[in-house]
Write a protein that binds this ligand. Structure first.
Ligand code: HEC
Ligand code: HEC
Ligand code: HEC
Ligand code: HEC
Length: 131
């Protein structure tokens, strides 16, 4: 093989090893529902949530509107987001001090905004749609 071909093959291999897994991590555009496996014993069908389409239609630009971060005093850190973490990384099954439990965290976040903006689903069956 010529040196150029060898370099080409090497670069391709490098792309496969480094870029493809990184793209997999950022698969929120493929998300159609919120995974409920973080719950000890899920009883409802996973809530409908087409991540990117939802946020486009709803006009939410700030990732930290949902993927938030707080300092030790419970103050929201502006211009930073926790999009690389799942909600369950910080929200336990049950409430802990000022940190709401996981189910409450989802319901306050999702339903809270829908109620506030008077649009979007607020009844159980509209989000937890039976297949
Ligand atoms: C705006 C959307 C929305 C509405 C309305 C809503 N939920 Fe949820 N709920 C979620 C999301 C998101 C989760 C996180 C996990 C998932 O996708 O199921 C969740 C989680 C849950 C869980 C814990 C996981 C499980 O399956 O056991 C229960 C129980 C639940 N919801 C019940 C209800 C009930 C009862 C109602 C109506 C009173 C309701 N929800 C209304 C979005 C919603
Ligand atoms: C309306 C709320 C909301 C907004 C706004 C939002 N996300 Fe998400 N995102 C979620 C929820 C809910 C999940 C699922 C989290 C979980 O399961 O713990 C998620 C998951 C993700 C994941 C993990 C994907 C996967 O497949 O596991 C990434 C990456 C992500 N979001 C990036 C972003 C980025 C970047 C932005 C801003 C451009 C953003 N999100 C805005 C709610 C939101
Ligand atoms: C890095 C840790 C962390 C992650 C990740 C995280 N949270 Fe939180 N969340 C907190 C903390 C800490 C508080 C309590 C803040 C306070 O003391 O008032 C909180 C509070 C909340 C509250 C109540 C206060 C408010 O802002 O409405 C909701 C609702 C909530 N989280 C939903 C979510 C959802 C939904 C996700 C995932 C998309 C998520 N959180 C991801 C740490 C986190
Ligand atoms: C910051 C505000 C906000 C938050 C947070 C939010 N939504 Fe919404 N959502 C909206 C708005 C606005 C609409 C109506 C958009 C339109 O005009 O169709 C909507 C519509 C929806 C719809 C119906 C349209 C569609 O996209 O299928 C579903 C389902 C939905 N939201 C689920 C959720 C779930 C689940 C969560 C939490 C993980 C969530 N939403 C969090 C603002 C929000």
């Amino acid at each position: 093989m010529s040196k150029m071909v060898k370099t080409g093959v090497f670069v391709l291999l490098l792309l496969t090893v480094m870029v493809l897994p990184a793209m997999n991590v950022y698969s929120q555009e493929d998300m159609r529902a919120v995974d409920s496996s973080a719950f000890d014993c899920p009883i409802r069908p996973p809530a409908v949530f087409a991540h990117d389409d939802h946020n486009d239609t709803a006009g939410i630009d700030d990732c930290a509107r949902c993927h938030h971060l707080f300092d030790d005093n419970g103050r929201k850190i502006e211009d930073e987001s926790s999009e690389d973490q799942s909600c369950a990384d910080c929200h336990a099954q049950e409430d802990k001090g000022t940190v709401p439990g996981l189910r409450k965290a989802f319901h306050w976040n999702c339903k809270g905004c829908h109620l506030q903006q008077r649009t979007g689903p607020v009844t159980c069956g509209e989000c937890h749609v039976k297949k």
